[in-house]
Ligand binder design. Structure first.
Ligand SMILES: Nc1ncnc2c1ncn2[C@@H]1O[C@H](COP(=O)(O)OP(=O)(O)OP(=O)(O)O)[C@@H](O)[C@H]1O
Ligand SMILES: [Mg+2]
Length: 248
């Protein structure tokens, strides 16, 4: 369903992604792990065009965008691809002046042009799904971090994305709030939502992901099923990374 080919991203002289090839099937959960600065966030941001890739191809269903330096991609094509992705950020990024329900309604109304009453029904379904329907009239600053992140997940789902991109969705949370967000993500995985999750929660990645990619210095070092990658890493860099983590 998603096919990324030879994706390169440069910031000035720095090559942050050095030709990434990734394929994700419908309903698959892909976890991306790797050291700080290895390009994980940049990769997700390229997938939904928050960053413009320097070169390479992103195919998501029938949208195929090929990037080249100095080549301009039509806005319509950018919007089309972006509309098929939903993004959940480490630091939630909710609209502070809107209630929980308004946060979830905003995208469908503004971007998809659906009616307010339909958007409201959809928001209520999604808020029930993440266990926050009783908070629908609260404002983000009246919620815990874990609750805010679950609203952010509902908001991303409201756009009915083909693929949900999650960038370290639990790393800004107090330890006691991590579990509730992981439970929500676990339920989505069971419900066949296609997802790409960047995470430092290795135990969670192992449990929820169908496949794991280890990225270092902008390159895929190794990929495989969780059991293979964790139990029998083939590359020295993967071994070192996993050892460092399990010692923490
Ligand atoms: N907008 C930008 N301008 C210049 N350099 C950037 C920009 N965004 C990221 N970089 C650089 O790209 C590299 C990869 O950053 P990225 O945020 O993708 O890493 P990461 O793997 O997500 O790290 P972390 O685990 O700390 O979140 C870093 O060296 C970073 O400084
Ligand atoms: Mg990051």
């Amino acid at each position: 369903m998603i096919q990324v080919t030879n994706l390169v991203k440069r910031f000035g002289d720095q090559v942050v992604l050095q030709g990434i090839d990734v394929q994700v099937d419908r309903g698959e959960v892909l976890a991306i792990i790797g050291p700080s600065g290895s390009g994980k966030s940049t990769f997700l941001r390229c997938l939904n065009l928050l960053e413009k890739p320097t070169s390479g191809t992103i195919q998501l269903q029938n949208s195929v965008l090929t990037f080249q330096e100095k080549k301009k991609i039509p806005n319509r094509e950018m919007r089309q691809l972006r509309g098929k992705t939903g993004m959940v950020f480490q630091s939630f990024h909710l609209f502070p002046h809107m209630t929980v329900r308004q946060n979830v309604m905003e995208g469908p109304i503004q971007v998809k042009g659906i009616s307010a009453s339909k958007a409201k029904s959809l928001a209520d379904v999604l808020l029930k799904q993440v266990g926050l329907h009783d908070k629908r009239n609260a404002y983000p600053d009246q919620l815990s971090g874990g609750q805010q992140q679950r609203v952010a997940i509902a908001r991303a789902l409201a756009m009915e994305p083909e693929v949900l991109l999650l960038d370290e969705p639990t790393s800004a949370l107090d330890p006691e709030l991590v579990g509730e967000v992981l439970t929500t993500i676990r339920q989505l995985a069971t419900g066949q939502q296609t997802m790409i999750i960047v995470t430092h929660e290795l135990a969670f990645a192992r449990e929820v992901a169908d496949r794991i990619i280890f990225i270092d210095e902008g390159q895929i070092v190794e990929e495989g099923k969780p059991s293979e990658l964790f139990e029998r890493p083939q590359k020295e860099r993967t071994k070192q990374f996993l050892e460092r983590f399990t010692q923490l």
